[in-house]
Design a protein around this ligand. Structure first.
Ligand code: HEC
Length: 200
């Protein structure tokens, strides 16, 4: 009913289910059927990553495409890590808003969190290359629902003035952050100049 709320909710799963964006589901494998945006992104991928992306099933390619389509804003130069820091700022802004009973700030920050830009080159360029496969990437829609779906619910609760309910979504959001990091993020900030521990 509220369009602005609904748009970012465009998650792969719901889209596939409702067929909203099912206009061009990839059918046979191969780049000929790959969505145009993905083909363009792939032009700047390393041969190794390109090969991994080509090997994804048509369904998974469609899922990635829909995740990107659900976030229409594109970064020019911003990397995933930088966008992640923006997302963290929004999360902290929501926390601050909840603590100070500022429903409007909470709702605005939650919607900004949910409508982040797609980093330069798309998401896959920043994932460990061995995670670029159907099984691992298949969890992405669920993570998106946990993080962005919950953020939008939080915004709705804040709009309705129900701050306790809004606050309860904070842990759902963070559960999504943590789950994705467990799977797709290495230990942040490791030094190349520390000796590995002696073998044991
Ligand atoms: C789709 C999976 C995914 C989700 C969901 C996700 N992250 Fe990330 N995040 C990553 C990946 C991958 C990296 C590593 C990026 C890099 O270093 O190039 C990362 C890195 C970060 C970083 C940069 C510093 C570091 O620790 O590496 C921050 C901060 C961060 N995420 C915060 C968040 C917060 C807050 C949320 C939830 C609101 C979140 N992320 C949700 C995948 C995700």
């Amino acid at each position: 009913m509220k369009k602005s709320l609904f748009t970012p909710l465009i998650l792969a799963g719901s889209l596939v289910a409702t067929g909203v964006l099912a206009a061009e589901p990839a059918k046979p494998a191969g780049s000929a059927t790959m969505p145009v945006e993905m083909q363009n992104m792939m032009k700047v991928y390393s041969p190794e990553l390109r090969q991994k992306v080509m090997a994804l099933s048509p369904q998974l390619k469609g899922t990635i495409q829909q995740l990107h389509a659900g976030h229409p804003r594109r970064a020019k130069e911003t990397t995933l890590r930088q966008i992640m820091h923006e997302i963290l700022s929004e999360y902290q802004s929501i926390a601050s808003a909840l603590a100070t009973d500022n429903a409007e700030q909470a709702a605005e920050a939650a919607r900004r969190l949910a409508s982040h830009r797609i980093p330069k080159g798309g998401l896959l360029a920043y994932f460990p290359v061995d995670k670029v496969n159907d099984a691992d990437l298949g969890v992405l829609p669920a993570m998106n629902t946990a993080v962005e779906g919950s953020a939008l619910k939080l915004a709705e609760a804040a709009d309705a003035g129900d701050m306790p309910k809004a606050a309860a979504y904070m842990s759902d959001i963070m559960t999504g952050c943590v789950a994705c990091h467990q799977k797709f993020r290495a230990t942040p900030g490791l030094s190349a100049h520390l000796m590995p521990p002696a073998s044991k």
